[in-house]
Design a protein around this ligand. Sequence first.
Ligand SMILES: Cc1ncc(COP(=O)(O)O)c(C=O)c1O
Length: 342
Amino acid sequence: MRTIDLRSDTVTLPTKEMMLSMMDAELGDDVSREDPTVNRLEELSAKCFGTEAALFTPSGTQSNLISVMVHCRRGDEMIVESEAHIYYYEVGGMSAVAGVIPRLIRGNLGVFTPEQVIDAVRGDDMHFPPSKLVEIENTHNRAGGTVWTPKEVSAVSICAHDLGMKVHIDGARIFNAAVALDVGVKEYAKNVDSISFCLSKGLSAPVGSIIVGDKEFIEKARKTRKMLGGGMRQAGVIAAPGIVALTKMVGRLKEDHDNARKLAIGLKSLGTFDVEMRTVQTNIVLIDVSPLDMNSEQFVEKLKRSGILAADFGGCIVRFVTHRGITSKDIDETIGRIERLK
Ligand SMILES: Cc1ncc(COP(=O)(O)O)c(C=O)c1O
């Protein structure tokens, strides 16, 4: 029985072209900015987002941490959605390493409004930490891959700037958002101070993430990356597949979105558990298995025995993520196997 791995788009393996690009990559010492392949990836990324500069980092987690460290000082406060990846899944680095205090606000499917930002800022008072940063996650992972529109991002950013704060987007899957709305990622970069995005999720590169922003921000980010141990030497070996990811893999994300929708519709039609269709906007499907009198851990175990891998999202929520390794036929097979579950 073939295993169908719907745990995450991080399980994607590099394409043959990516593997070959590693063999042929021109290399140098990237800490001294002498790696032509890394330089090319950074230039390409900045061009793609319409920003002055970009920085290659080993992971999305490090990109987010660097961005927080550049935008904030220890003891500052950051406004962040209550289920954001940076708060939920990044080992508390924003506080443990950057010394920044999260001020949580609850979004609607991951999206919050300028009014909520205004409410969250407590103002200049002897007792409160200064609010210095607003973080937006697009697409929002725990909300189910939900999309912020460029208009929603701009409205929050303009408001944050008026209040003297910077704005960072955790855009690990920002290309999914852009593809879902059929807009360019430049639309997201217009009013924000930094965006991080991952090469190693749906775009299928084996390693890496990028931060984009203005020259001054990226220079500080470069130094912070070094401090965190993220200064890499002949990093062109891993940057080369990133170039393939950016230039060749964005268009195909639509296929993942179509497969996610097909999966959601198929699972809903089984009538045995709840599928929140409003959140099926990109490549993530969340189901609530409470009608089965099971928790997510038990259901994920049961799925595993029938050769389907999914992620335990806590409580009764199970997450499925479509990606390049999943075909439309795999979706049919998944729905069939789940229907036959005993
Ligand atoms: C929204 C979001 N941000 C950041 C990350 C972190 O990326 P990495 O696993 O490369 O550290 C992830 C990883 O899944 C993510 O989903």
